[in-house]
Design a binder for this molecule. Structure first.
Ligand SMILES: Nc1ncnc2c1ncn2[C@@H]1O[C@H](COP(=O)(O)OP(=O)(O)OP(=O)(O)O)[C@@H](O)[C@H]1O
Ligand SMILES: [Mg+2]
Length: 580
């Protein structure tokens, strides 16, 4: 009988395990805590335990389960709130009280709930991994496609229909194999696809600084590094609310419990801005807060991405938000030190970068397995919390190398309460050029030039502000004062966007275009007025300045009239001043 020979923090060692294999799931101790084998040496297995190991002792039994760590995939995932190993949190709280009972086994999906299954194939059809057998309307927005699981193919002997539970059979193959409404998938192994596709479409977030300056591609990866309190969590949550994705998987990984509680309370109440239904109708939350066991934190990222892959395989656009990948890396570090592995930089294991890489690699726009004409995608947005805001630390550096988009949060901007505190000088999007044709075709043929103008204004402002620091504002020339004003207009009127403002929290792409176009028009009018000999004071003090900055707060339906009014008033003002 296998038993514990050593307990070390979140890991234990067990002997007489020679029949076991790597990543096998085991039950540990009398309380049957869930664990996973992460190292095999001879007949000794090292197991990471997903629950609090307090109370375990040498000689306690260990029971291998003969299966890999998996997620259960089927209707009912959407709207769920899970811990790192896919145990539903509200159900646990209901059945076991507020704290998760050790060794608790609960259903990951409701086994009793009936779903109306509508078949899309018929008896005699030949199916393979990924073929859609039929659908279940999971929420108003999501038709859950029941797919042939991995490594299964053949001819259908019988397809069922009607009200089924997740344990019921939907199809029997000629081989006798039964396919159920729900299936399991190994969390450590990416689900197969028919290949990745180039990034061509942005995943719009409704955040102006992101969509306009540093867009993320659908299927791309972004990281949000930022020091303490710079707005990582608010940005992740805002994107989760407004991103143009079909399904959102939000992982709160090692963050404070109260932050996750905010999400748990807020999301069910919030309305999806595009469809009007509850945001939970497209969201799955995975909460593994700082007070929960560290090994489950390590698993939470894989649980999330496996669920995301399942919806991607249905042909959906999925976004995975991870807050914070640094806490996940810390879990890796802790487990690695318990394994007495040789530490790399700052104590992180030498495989930190490759682990991070294998997570980000699971993003992408892909051709769906079994149906190569269908396309699904996973976009990953990971927050990084460098200690002391020092971006040269290993997790930020390693993440930076994987990400196609880099949204650097800036302590000074956050301090000035300029939110989102994204530093426009050192953030970047490698997808900018591949996405530009989308913007040109779908938004404005002059979009690239408009954004270039905006960038020039911002760069010029930065240079001039450096000079102001040295010589003072009064020593600046008139045209320089106009350029400083231009920078202020773009910063205040465009980049700054409060997540708490009723209308401004989300900005459609069309509204972004109209705002930018108006602001560029305003700036060029100021420049022209100077050329035409108007006094600086009069140029800097137009009657519409405030309205230009505040137009972002106006509803979409009122933008056009707002723009028209501002333009007319501005023209009239300059005409009068210039005596024309
Ligand atoms: N986009 C935003 N709009 C308005 N306010 C914001 C925004 N982002 C951040 N804030 C303000 O900054 C505060 C801190 O933000 P947040 O909790 O997201 O920081 P964080 O980087 O996640 O911090 P930590 O390092 O503690 O995890 C918020 O409580 C809010 O007041
Ligand atoms: Mg945070």
């Amino acid at each position: 009988m296998s038993s514990i020979i050593k307990v070390s923090g979140p890991t234990v060692q067990a002997s007489k395990m020679s029949d076991s294999f790597m990543y096998e799931v085991v039950r540990v101790g009398n309380e049957q805590l869930l664990g996973e084998i992460i190292l095999m040496r001879g007949d000794v297995a090292t197991i990471q335990v997903y629950e609090d190991t307090g109370g375990l002792k040498i000689g306690d039994p260990v029971k291998p389960l003969g299966e890999l760590m998996s997620v259960e995939l089927g209707p009912g995932l959407i709207g769920s709130i899970y811990d790192g190993i896919q145990r539903p949190l509200p159900v646990l709280a209901l059945e076991w009280g507020d704290f998760i009972q050790k060794g608790a086994t609960v259903h990951r999906l409701d086994p009793k709930r009936k779903w109306r299954f509508t078949p899309l194939v018929k008896d005699g059809d030949v199916v393979q991994t990924g073929t859609i057998l039929g659908t279940v309307q999971e929420t108003k927005r999501i038709a859950h496609k029941i797919m042939v699981p991995e490594k299964v193919s053949g001819k259908i002997k019988k397809i069922f229909s009607g009200e089924l539970t997740i344990r019921d059979t939907v199809a029997i193959l000629e081989s006798g194999e039964k396919i159920k409404l729900a299936q399991k998938s190994n969390i450590r192994e990416p689900r197969k696809t028919c290949g990745k596709l180039p990034h061509q479409v942005p995943m719009l977030t409704g955040q102006r600084v992101l969509d306009t300056l540093f867009p993320i591609a659908e299927g791309g990866t972004a990281i949000i590094p930022g020091g303490f309190g710079t707005g990582k969590t608010v940005l992740e949550q805002t994107i989760a609310k407004f991103a143009d994705a079909d399904v959102i998987v939000y992982v709160g990984c090692g963050e404070r419990g109260n932050e996750m509680a905010d999400v748990l309370h807020e999301f069910p109440e919030l309305k999806d801005p595009r469809y009007g239904s509850s945001l939970m109708e497209r969201t799955i939350l995975i909460a593994n807060t700082s007070n929960m066991p560290v090994a489950a934190r390590e698993a939470s990222i894989y649980t999330a991405i496996s669920i995301a892959e399942y919806y991607r395989d249905m042909g959906y656009r999925v976004a995975v938000m991870a807050d914070s990948t640094s806490r996940w890396a810390e879990a890796l570090r802790e487990i690695s030190s318990r394994l007495e592995e040789m530490p790399g930089e700052e104590g992180y294991p030498p495989y930190l970068a490759s682990r991070l890489g294998s997570f980000y690699e699971r993003s992408g726009r892909v051709r769906c397995s079994g149906r190569p004409l269908d396309i699904g995608s996973i976009t990953i947005i990971g927050a990084v919390s460098p200690p002391g805001g020092d971006f040269s630390e290993p997790v930020t550096q390693a993440s930076m190398r994987m990400a196609s988009t880099y949204w650097a949060l800036d302590y000074d901007l956050a301090h000035q309460r300029h939110f989102p505190a994204i530093n426009w000088l050192n953030s970047f999007s490698l997808s900018l050029s591949s996405l530009s044709s989308w913007y040109i075709e779908n938004l404005d043929e002059h979009w690239v030039e408009m954004v270039a103008d905006m960038n020039l204004i911002l760069q010029r402002e930065t240079e001039l502000l450096e000079m102001v620091k040295i010589v003072g504002l009064d020593a600046m020339g008139e045209s320089e004062r106009i350029e400083l004003e231009a920078g202020m207009i773009i910063r205040e009127g465009f980049l700054r966007q409060s997540s708490y403002h009723e209308t401004d929290a989300y900005c459609s792409m069309e509204k972004q275009r109209k705002l930018l176009s108006l602001q560029l028009f305003y700036v060029s009018s100021l420049r022209d007025a100077l050329q035409n000999g108007l006094q600086l004071e009069e140029i800097l003090d137009t009657p519409v300045k405030e309205s230009v900055i505040r137009l972002k707060e106006v509803r979409d339906s009122e933008i056009d009239s707002g723009v028209e009014q501002i333009e007319a008033e501005l023209k009239a003002y300059f005409r009068k001043r210039l005596g024309k």
